[in-house]
Structures are given as structure tokens and as C-alpha cells.
Design a protein around this ligand. Structure first.
Ligand SMILES: Nc1nc2c(ncn2[C@@H]2O[C@H](COP(=O)(O)OP(=O)(O)OP(=O)(O)O)[C@@H](O)[C@H]2O)c(=O)[nH]1
Ligand SMILES: [Mg+2]
Length: 304
């Protein structure tokens, strides 16, 4: 059988489990995840290579409606643009909804996919939340009426259930990939630098550990990144919008920042396979999330 190579974009509303699915397929944490919507802010490639095919997954930020007042900041528009631009020219689009059923947010995404010419595979995630797997059947038949999907595949991206049906999803995707030589080295798993991945691992902890609206007012910039044979020395600035935010990120007697730093460091050690020394600094940079120049310097350059 001839070798296959192609690109697959994963799109869907925020929090559907897109990044979890990509990490599950690649077998490593490339894209950060959290229980909060809008965790992913950048387009990130995850490259799966085996003896039959090389599949390049494009994880995208959750597409959301910007008509809501709280979503009108420049960063939210940039995030949406990044997701939509990632659909152009790919071989397959995986559109993810969840097993709890169609929502307005899903319909908003479906609408954004109207002009897409690539086959769209509907991925119904989080089927582990259903009492019985048979409970997904009515949703499958309802979904087949909503659009002309190339296929509909229920999965558990967290892999909690045996296999989580990810193998089936890979078979479906594979059928739509063109025959071609691999485009990346077989050991390359992403297009992003370690420096970028480290900044994301710090941001992941901000999303997982800080309450309420605060994670959305933060960004992370790695300012020092030194890889030696047996260790890595890393410094990063955490940008916040206000003095009061800074106090919250640091926490009482520095406890919050310490917990963020410890978890991020452990994840960095897994990623870099060496001891990591991680220093974090919290800096107030008011208005960064609404300022195109700040967004550019933070790497949100795809959508501006
Ligand atoms: N129960 C269950 N939870 C899941 C599954 N897949 C993902 N999750 C959870 O759903 C939440 C969101 O997952 P993410 O992968 O960050 O979602 P996302 O679609 O990338 O979200 P954005 O980047 O914000 O658009 C996390 O708390 C995941 O642990 C699944 O198969 N079952
Ligand atoms: Mg994500």
C-alpha cells in the first residue's frame, strides 16, 4: 500500500476536547488543556508518523461568537481568525462536538464551516459521560441530518474507555488522505520550539490553578532559555493586566506562584527529559490583551 501524508484540522467550540484528542493521538502533551474554555490560543501542529502514513494534526483555538460583549477584545478576534485560517487547504476537517448534544456554540462553528470543501468528519467526544454507549445513537442520527458529514465517529479523547475509538477515527481520516511521501522527519512531533512549549506549560498551570476570569488576563513570555546536557535554565514573565491580578497570581506568601512553578517545572522536565530550573516573574502590562503590538510580541502573529 502506498504511503499517505496529509493535514487534518481539529475545530470546534471551546472546551470540546480538541487538544486532548491531539495529545492522545500523538502520545505526548504538545497542546495544553484545561477545564476552562479558550485554553488554546495558538495553532499547533501534532505530527503522527507510522509505517503507513504521516498525519499532521492542526489543533486550533475554540471558535466562539464575538457578538458577546466579553468576547470583543482584540485577542478573541485574533484567536477566531487563527482557527478559521487553519482550515484552508487541509485534507480533512475534524469537527468536534460533545456527547451531550448540539448547542448554539456548535451550530455557530458549523456555520463557519459552510464554505469548506474538504471532507468534514464529525467527532462526538466525551462519550464516557454517557450512561451507555448506545445513548449516542440518537445524536448520530440527528447529526447526520444537520450536514453532509463524510463520517461521524464517537470517541473518548481522554482514552478512559478501552481504545476510546481513536483507532476507528484514524482509519476514517486515513481514507481521505492523499498518497504522498512524509513531509516531516519521522521523529518530529510538532512544529513548535521547546521555548514555545515551555511558555505554554506555564500558561497551562495559570489556567488550571487560577480562579474566575484571571487566566484570561494572563500571558507568558519566556525570557531566558538555556539547554545544557543535563539541565535547562529557564526564566519566564507572567503578564497580567492589573496590580490586583499580580497579587492574586503570587498568592498569600507566594504560595500560588510556587504551586504554579512546581507543576510547570515538572511538566517541563518530562518534555525536555532533563532537570529544569524555572524562575517565574509576574509583571503588570495593562491592556496587553487588547493591544495588537503586545499580541504580536507574544507570538499571536497568525491572526492579527
Ligand atoms: N469526560 C471527558 N472529558 C474530556 C474528554 N476529552 C477532554 N475532556 C476534558 O475536557 C476539558 C477540555 O479539554 P481541552 O482538550 O482543553 O478542550 P479544547 O477543545 O482544546 O478547548 P479550547 O482549547 O479551550 O478550545 C478538559 O478538562 C479535558 O480533560 C473526554 O473524552 N471525556
Ligand atoms: Mg485546546
Amino acid at each position: 500500500m502506498a504511503y499517505k501524508f496529509g493535514f487534518v484540522t481539529i475545530v470546534g467550540k471551546p472546551n470540546a476536547g480538541k487538544s486532548t484528542l491531539m495529545n492522545q493521538i500523538i502520545g505526548q502533551k504538545i497542546s495544553i488543556t484545561s477545564h476552562r474554555p479558550q485554553t488554546t490560543r495558538h495553532r499547533i501542529l501534532g505530527i503522527h508518523t507510522d509505517e503507513h502514513q504521516q498525519v499532521v494534526f492542526v489543533d486550533t483555538p475554540g471558535i466562539h461568537s464575538v457578538t458577546k460583549k466579553s468576547n470583543r477584545k482584540t485577542i478573541n478576534r485574533v484567536i477566531n481568525k487563527t482557527a478559521i485560517a487553519s482550515i484552508d487547504g487541509v485534507d480533512v476537517v475534524c469537527f468536534m462536538i460533545t456527547a451531550t448534544g448540539w448547542t448554539e456554540a456548535d451550530k455557530h462553528v458549523l456555520n463557519a464551516l459552510k464554505e469548506v470543501s474538504a471532507p468534514i468528519v464529525l467527532v462526538i467526544n466525551k462519550v464516557d459521560m454517557l450512561k451507555s454507549i448506545n445513548d449516542v445513537l440518537p445524536l448520530i442520527s440527528e447529526s447526520s441530518q444537520m450536514a453532509n458529514f463524510a463520517d461521524i465517529v464517537p470517541v473518548c479523547a481522554m482514552g478512559r474507555m478501552k481504545g476510546g475509538n481513536i483507532d476507528r477515527l484514524m482509519e476514517v481520516i486515513s481514507a481521505y488522505l492523499p498518497e504522498a511521501e512524509a513531509g516531516f522527519d519521522e521523529d518530529q512531533i510538532t512544529d513548535r520550539s521547546y521555548r514555545f512549549l515551555v511558555s505554554e506549560l506555564v500558561r497551562e498551570q495559570l489556567f488550571r490553578r487560577l480562579g474566575d476570569e484571571l487566566p484570561y488576563a494572563t500571558a507568558v513570555e519566556v525570557t531566558q532559555f538555556e539547554m545544557l546536557d543535563d539541565k535547562a535554565q529557564i526564566s519566564a514573565d507572567i503578564w497580567v493586566e492589573r496590580d490586583s491580578h499580580k497579587a492574586m497570581v503570587i498568592g498569600k506568601r507566594g504560595e500560588a506562584l510556587k504551586a504554579i512553578g512546581t507543576s510547570a517545572r515538572l511538566n517541563c522536565e518530562t518534555l525536555l527529559e532533563r532537570k529544569v530550573f524555572l524562575e517565574l516573574f509576574v509583571k503588570v502590562r495593562s491592556g496587553w490583551s487588547d493591544n495588537a503590538r503586545d499580541l504580536f510580541s507574544l507570538g499571536y502573529d497568525e491572526g492579527i
